[in-house]
Design a protein around this ligand. Structure first.
Ligand SMILES: *[C@@H]1O[C@H](CO)[C@@H](O)[C@H](O)[C@H]1NC(C)=O
Ligand SMILES: *[C@@H]1O[C@H](CO)[C@@H](O)[C@H](O)[C@H]1NC(C)=O
Ligand SMILES: *[C@@H]1O[C@H](CO)[C@@H](O)[C@H](O)[C@H]1NC(C)=O
Ligand SMILES: *[C@@H]1O[C@H](CO)[C@@H](O)[C@H](O)[C@H]1NC(C)=O
Ligand SMILES: *[C@@H]1O[C@H](CO)[C@@H](O)[C@H](O)[C@H]1NC(C)=O
Ligand SMILES: *[C@@H]1O[C@H](CO)[C@@H](O)[C@H](O)[C@H]1NC(C)=O
Ligand SMILES: *[C@@H]1O[C@H](CO)[C@@H](O)[C@H](O)[C@H]1NC(C)=O
Length: 600
């Protein structure tokens, strides 16, 4: 029944359809294939260079529909809404698994289809809710199953190669039982949000010579040097947590994700602690490998992104237990490799792993993302649902908002290329995903004290996800302030607006390969904001309350009063000045943690 409701079929025709399903021949090879998904062409920058080798192995992920997702979403809104009686009554793993699971009929018909291609249960890897199933296949088999032809595509700027196609088909009887199959049409690159702009390369740190203090927004005193060099102490002063000691043993935890072979170096962390968080010196985090993610400790292989995230995320929250997940799954395609390692879909692997855990850190930061349009809608929406599932379980999920302003951040702001990938090649702003997912808290960037929007702060409006009701009044308030016709055709005013919050994102002093240096990017802002969410969770747990869980309904319905509004700055891109920071919500920053209300 649940399934029937989803497809919107009448009961009679659905029963008929399900009878037809069961009457389907065991072998699907005779069934006619019908186009399931296609894109106009590879996104800007990708070119097909050769046919894919038939024996190249890929991990094919198949997503089965989640007919009860609407119910899960209803729970999410209720338990995340401070004015609701169920606020904080987060769901258990079992409850969430049940609400994410596919209809048994979808499971059985997909199993039959896989069996018809020679796969038995022992070769299937399933997610906890059984809503994803993964098989390892050579290209030749994938091509037969999907009625398609794979090619090797090369990315001009990076030289990366991946094996993809621009369309695929499925036997018609499977169309209602499979949401998507990847990797097929997905060309996303999931770049770390550590600013890749040329000016931000590490330079030897010359300690600020400023002395004295600056008065922060709530009268708090911040070292004057923090206006040039951001340290853990600066952030504690600015966001007023100098006097707050976390408990460490109350069950509160913080988690940071790592992808793309970004390794968090232990020695660099200790050196950083010695410099910026002496109390934490000698402490450690828990490393967890997901899907074969590595933990290479060769100093030369340390990752700037992973070092930044762990040093600030764990440094700000010490002694709260911290976890760093290293998830594999990245280009490049290696021609003769029997390893399926150009899957390039890290989020679904991480989600499958994390949703299978009973004990999950209550605040999690991710500083990776890509242009929304390079991620097929079907995949983006499934991954976004996975973040909703985490929210329902009481986990706050933060993502950096991107480093390209309203553009793609690939090039100089004045010349960057902002073309639509829908076949029309129009000029458009380029929203980023997963920041555009309405079930995550997207974190933009600020600079200086008093804080203003930093120019690269990613922000705008999703072309995939409609505006969620929690931000209706905030976003409408902003749109009304725009001069009519502003940027018409460049952005979708009915889309989910982001970011939701912001934090410092410029000149963070980190240790990398044994040396100190500065980094910038919304990659700085996400672990920072997440750390302050974790401190709030610590205080709430000590007071016998639930973790904050999915933050946005709280933030937009009044939580913003406990944040400091950023009203200056803008985020240029695509040859425009981007959006201005204003009083109230704007697609550049919104709010940063406000000292005066920290422990509310
Ligand atoms: C911080 O630096 C900015 C940029 O240089 C400057 O405009 C601002 O006045 C400085 N803040 C203080 C309190 O000096
Ligand atoms: C926090 O811990 C530090 C170092 O142990 C101590 O000096 C300080 O008094 C503590 N602060 C509070 C508010 O308990
Ligand atoms: C942290 O853990 C890693 C892995 O167990 C270990 O190699 C490293 O020495 C530890 N660091 C400290 C300071 O204990
Ligand atoms: C990709 O495959 C190659 C060849 O098997 C292997 O050396 C490499 O470590 C793999 N990369 C990842 C990230 O798994
Ligand atoms: C889109 O238009 C731009 C500017 O005219 C051009 O440089 C680019 O090659 C076009 N891309 C495609 C896929 O046609
Ligand atoms: C604008 O966003 C809405 C809501 O997500 C969507 O239905 C519509 O297709 C989008 N339009 C364009 C042109 O992207
Ligand atoms: C941003 O503010 C400037 C200065 O007030 C104004 O000229 C510009 O039109 C504004 N831009 C937008 C998109 O609102």
């Amino acid at each position: 029944m649940r399934f029937l409701a989803r497809t919107g079929l009448s009961l009679a025709s659905a029963l008929l359809a399900s009878q037809l399903v069961y009457a389907a021949p065991k072998s699907f090879r005779g069934c006619s294939h019908k186009l399931k998904e296609s894109i106009a062409g590879p996104p800007h920058g990708w070119t097909p260079v050769a046919a894919a080798p038939k024996d190249h192995v890929i991990d094919l992920k198949i997503a089965l529909p989640q007919p009860n997702f609407g119910t899960l979403e209803k729970h999410l809104w209720e338990v995340s809404d401070p004015s609701h009686t169920r606020y904080g009554a987060h769901l258990s793993k079992e409850e969430v698994d049940e609400l994410m699971s596919p209809h048994p009929e979808s499971l059985s018909i997909v199993d039959e289809w896989l069996a018809s291609h020679g796969f038995d249960e022992s070769q299937l890897v399933r997610s906890p809710a059984k809503d994803w199933v993964t098989i390892r296949v050579p290209v030749v088999v994938a091509e037969e199953m999907l009625g398609t032809t794979y090619h090797i595509y090369e990315h001009s700027a990076s030289g990366d190669s991946i094996v993809r196609t621009t369309s695929y088909s499925l036997p018609e009887v499977l169309h209602d039982h499979i949401d998507l199959v990847q990797p097929t049409t997905m060309f996303a690159r999931f770049k770390p949000m550590k600013s890749s702009l040329h000016w931000s390369t590490l330079t030897p740190a010359s300690p600020s010579t400023s002395t004295g203090t600056i008065t922060g927004p709530a009268g708090n005193q911040v070292d004057a040097s923090c206006n040039e060099t951001v340290t853990v102490t600066c952030l504690k002063q600015l966001y007023n947590s100098v006097d707050y000691n976390t408990t460490a043993t109350n069950g509160n935890q913080i988690g940071l994700t790592g992808y793309l072979g970004q390794y968090a170096n232990y020695d660099d962390l200790e050196q950083f602690y010695e410099l910026e968080v002496p109390d934490a010196y000698g402490s450690n985090f828990t490393f967890v490998s997901v899907n074969g993610g590595q933990n290479d400790q060769d100093p030369a292989d340390a990752g700037v992104e992973a070092n930044l995230d762990t040093q600030f995320g764990f440094g700000l929250t010490y002694p709260t237990p911290g976890t760093f997940w290293s998830t594999a799954g990245e280009p490049p395609f290696i021609p003769d490799s029997l390893e399926a390692n150009d899957t390039n879909e890290p989020y679904s692997y991480w989600l499958s792993y994390i949703l299978d855990q009973t004990d999950i850190p209550q605040a999690i930061s991710t500083s990776y993302g890509d242009d929304e349009q390079t991620v097929p809608y079907s995949y983006a929406s499934r991954v976004c649902n996975g973040f909703a599932a985490l929210g329902a379980r009481g986990i706050s999920i933060m993502f950096s908002s991107g480093d390209g302003g309203v553009g793609d951040g690939d090039a100089d702001p004045a010349t960057q290329e902002c073309y639509s990938n829908d076949g029309t090649n129009r000029t458009i702003f380029i929203p980023g995903f997963p920041a555009s997912c309405p079930y995550v808290t997207a974190v933009g960037g600020t600079v200086n004290i008093p804080e203003t929007a930093v120019f690269f702060s990613g922000g705008g409006f999703s072309d995939y996800f409609a505006r969620p009701s929690y931000q209706d009044s905030a976003v409408e308030g902003y749109l009304e302030k725009l001069v009519p016709g502003t940027y018409e055709g460049l952005y979708n005013a009915s889309g989910r607006g982001y970011p939701d919050v912001a934090a410092q994102a410029y000149n963070f002093l980190i240790v990398y390969q044994g040396q100190t240096g500065y980094v910038a990017g919304t990659s700085c802002a996400s672990p920072t904001f997440t750390a302050f969410v974790s401190l709030l969770n610590d205080a709430r747990i000590n007071a016998g309350k639930s973790s904050l869980g999915f933050l946005n309904p709280f933030i937009y319905s009044g939580g913003y009063a406990g944040l400091n509004d950023i009203t200056e700055g803008n985020n240029p891109g695509c040859g425009t000045e981007g959006f201005n920071a204003t009083i109230g919500w704007d697609p550049g920053t919104y709010c940063v943690p406000d000292p005066a209300h920290r422990q509310n």
